[in-house]
Design a protein. Structure first.
Length: 394
């Protein structure tokens, strides 16, 4: 889709065609051939018909990220893939708004997902991107949602962000060969990020960013949504309130854990024997290096110094970990494990593992499960030894 086609979709005729395309896509249950037939009856121009059908497909996919806003928005396939989930973007925008910057510029705004969050948080927001189609889509999305904001085509490297109260960037981490893990291979590259963080920058980075590359005084926040780690965010010292933070967003709301909640910082990691309860820390907690903070919160310790499982004698519910009751220890070796599961008539098994060389899907097939009972099996190391536990979530 080019800019002229997108602009046509914004006309009354284009919006009517989008309505047809959305209806056809739903009626065809996602079958592109059936949906295309219906759309082409309404619009003979193949380019316009294809663009409308593509938007219908992308809007349907975008519901997972943008919820009720998705049916009103415009996307490109790669920009949708790169866009931040709205709940995560809203959290970041709300936190930035609490710092009361005069304004924020989004350097590389894409189709405007983060601009939408900034505007919803009451921030005066502007965005730039080098891609004219993405800029046009961002403008259309702000307008469609009735939100203020300015968007222009520009090279982010040529922008001086010092006139804004904050500068946000989400460097591209994909190249011709796929995902780029080296920070110097990002676009814009790591030196650009460091310059932003020396001022009033907020930068979204990959969750796997090494702790040792994060500048002193910069806060690193790892964010998960629905149990999946979505991003890490680096906050310049002017916005930082701690060194490391794990933020967990779930159905019950938002919870945050910081290194100030960890009494074991700088001390030996607390390892203890298996208790009656097992806790599986959220991925954001693990990435932030705050597993021992979870251990402190449940009055427990680690099963193994190098593995992110926490055990305790007490029952707790915490937003920072999944909680399990330990039912019994079963054989770790495959043949006696198979026999033990047969004895218990376990025919459906969830396998969770950390710190051991086990492929759950392959193991499940080899166990040849039979029976009417369901169970959860944890395979890990306890004090360095392979251990298998039947547990019950609560």
């Amino acid at each position: 889709m080019d800019v002229s086609t997108l602009e046509w979709l914004l006309t009354d005729a284009g919006r009517d065609l989008l309505e047809v395309a959305m209806g056809a896509y739903v009626d065809a249950a996602g079958d592109p051939v059936r949906a295309a037939t219906a759309v082409r009856k309404a619009e003979p121009d193949p380019e316009r018909a294809a663009a409308a059908l593509t938007q219908a497909e992308l809007r349907t996919r975008a519901v997972a990220k943008f919820g009720d806003l998705a049916p009103h928005m415009f996307f490109t396939p790669d920009a949708l893939e790169q866009a931040t989930r709205l709940r995560v973007a809203d959290h970041r925008a709300a936190r930035l708004a609490a710092a009361q910057p005069t304004s924020v510029i989004d350097l590389g705004c894409g189709i405007g997902g983060d601009l939408i969050a900034f505007a919803r948080a009451g921030l005066t927001a502007a965005g730039v991107d080098l891609d004219p189609v993405r800029v046009a889509a961002a403008r259309a999305n702000l307008a469609a949602l009735g939100l203020p904001g300015a968007v222009e085509v520009a090279d982010v490297a040529a922008i001086d962000p010092s006139g804004f109260g904050a500068a946000f960037a989400d460097p591209a981490r994909r190249g011709a060969r796929g995902r780029v893990f080296d920070v110097d291979g990002w676009t814009p590259p790591w030196p650009f990020v460091l310059d932003l963080l020396a001022g009033r920058g907020v930068v979204k980075v990959a969750p796997g960013i090494p702790h040792d590359v994060i500048p002193e005084g910069v806060e690193a926040e790892w964010v998960s949504d629905g149990g999946d780690v979505k991003e890490a965010v680096l906050w310049a010292p002017v916005f930082a309130t701690t060194d490391r933070r794990a933020t967990v967003i779930g159905d019950g709301g938002l919870a945050t854990l910081t290194d100030e909640d960890d009494p074991f910082t700088g001390l030996a990691r607390p390892v203890r024997e298996l208790g009656g309860f097992l806790y599986e820390p959220d991925g954001a907690v693990i990435r932030a290096g705050l597993v021992t903070a979870v251990a402190a919160g449940v009055d427990g310790g680690l099963l193994d110094e190098h593995i992110a499982y926490v055990t305790s004698d007490s029952s707790f519910r915490t937003p920072f970990a999944r909680s399990y009751r330990v039912l019994e220890e079963v054989p770790y070796r495959e043949k006696p494990l198979k026999a033990a599961l047969r004895e218990r008539s376990i025919g459906s098994l969830t396998i969770k593992k950390r710190g051991v060389e086990v492929v759950p899907e392959q193991l499940r097939k080899r166990l040849d499960l039979r029976g009417d009972n369901t169970a959860t099996l944890v395979m890990t190391r306890v004090a360095g030894s392979g251990t298998a536990l039947l547990v019950e979530p609560f």
